[in-house]
Design a protein around this ligand. Structure first.
Ligand code: IPM
Ligand code: MG
Length: 367
């Protein structure tokens, strides 16, 4: 049997720096765990624009549709701010999501014990936190038509459309219920059914799907209240399901509960391919971080944890995913810190490569 295939798209900013460390980890699994991948690498975002004049070349798109999983670093940077909307680095990412039909975006927010002090919230509010946001990723206001900037009378009007079909809501709801069944069996759905028709439909459909999952305790919350509850008492949640735009905002909010954006992975899953496996892309939640690009400071952990999610969700290697997550937890408990994880007491920050070194050493020690 051939090896599972992985397309790596390091992208822009700190993307390539953190991906270098993940590549070391991937190689480690090949050498030490007999878990080799056929890895290919390509361009996305600004890097693709610089080389090809487009944020995602058609050949790269085609490759992404062929592989078992895509691992993406980050896209964007100030250099591309003035580009036409259709050429911006972000369009490359959005095209991947849309054409791979990655409708279910899993964003876990987990607070590592060693980092509970780093949250902007009080330690007892976040210690032990383990929630999962399921964000709808291929529809809603991100893609709805009509959209654009139009002339109306003697001024311009900017238009975007929030649009959800029942089947779009249904499939993401089902993926969230399935996850809740494997976790704490609690699901909270967030929308604005008090002001939006799409929110009313969202609530109806989620409730209907919920009838198939009598064991899951389903609740509904307006998204603004959800934002408040996330910082007031985040541990009340297990799985949250929400639309594309609310999910974008709420997941950044949840991310900061854990202390650093440099820690958070994500998985974007689509419909099953011919082999029965879901089409998938994995990426850290942090962006390209132009302010620290090229300084060797970036935290590679979010990207490594994204690879761990790939091991779990695409390659059915839950035990090896846990091995990697445990190695990361171990080095953090031992005090390994990149610059983003420096508390007020200071200390010496590890470089991106040094963090890679200690994690690889912890992986070796796990054998
Ligand atoms: C995210 C990002 C993207 C989004 C941007 C880069 C297009 O913020 O993945 O959360 O808005 O979805
Ligand atoms: Mg975002």
């Amino acid at each position: 049997m051939s090896n599972p295939s992985l397309l790596i798209l390091p992208g822009d900013g700190i993307g390539p720096e953190v991906m270098d460390q993940v590549t070391r980890v991937i190689d480690w699994f090949g050498a030490k765990r007999d878990l080799a991948f056929d890895v290919s690498t390509d361009l996305v975002g600004g890097a693709a624009y610089d080389a090809h004049g487009t944020p995602l070349h058609d050949d790269t798109m085609a490759k992404a549709l062929e592989v078992d999983a895509v691992l993406l670093g980050a896209v964007g940077g100030p250099k591309y701010d003035d580009l036409d909307f259709s050429l911006k680095p972000e369009r490359g990412l959005l095209r991947l999501r849309k054409e791979m039909d990655l409708f279910s975006n899993l964003r876990p927010a987990q607070c590592f014990d060693a980092l509970a002090d780093f949250s902007s919230l009080k330690k007892d509010i976040v210690a032990g936190l383990d929630i999962m946001i399921v964000r709808e990723l291929t529809s809603g206001v991100y893609f709805g038509e009509p959209r654009g900037i139009f002339e109306e009378g003697n001024e311009r009007v900017g238009i975007n459309t929030q649009r959800y079909t029942e089947s779009e809501i249904e499939r993401v709801a089902r993926s969230a219920f399935d996850l809740a069944m494997k976790r704490g069996k609690k699901l909270c759905s967030m929308e604005k059914a008090n002001v939006m028709e799409s929110g009313i439909l969202w609530r109806e459909v989620v409730t209907k799907v919920g009838e198939e999952y009598p064991e899951v305790e389903l609740s509904h919350m307006y998204a603004d209240n959800g934002a408040m509850q996330l910082v007031r008492a985040p541990k009340q949640f297990d799985v949250i399901v929400t639309d594309n735009l609310f999910g974008d905002v709420l997941s950044d909010c949840a991310a900061m509960l854990t202390g650093s954006l440099g820690m958070l992975p994500s998985a974007s899953l689509g419909a099953p391919m011919e082999n029965g496996q879901a089409r998938a892309m994995y990426e850290p939640v942090h962006g390209s971080a132009p302010d620290i690009t090229g300084q060797g400071k970036a935290n590679p952990i979010a990207c490594m944890l994204s690879f761990a999610m790939a091991l779990r969700y695409s390659f059915d290697q839950g035990a090896e995913a846990t091995r990697l997550e445990s190695a990361i937890e171990k080095v953090l408990a031992d005090g390994a810190r990149t610059a983003d994880l420096m508390g007020p007491e200071g200390g010496t920050a590890l470089s991106t490569t040094e963090m890679g070194d200690v994690i690889l050493a912890a992986l070796d020690a796990s054998l």
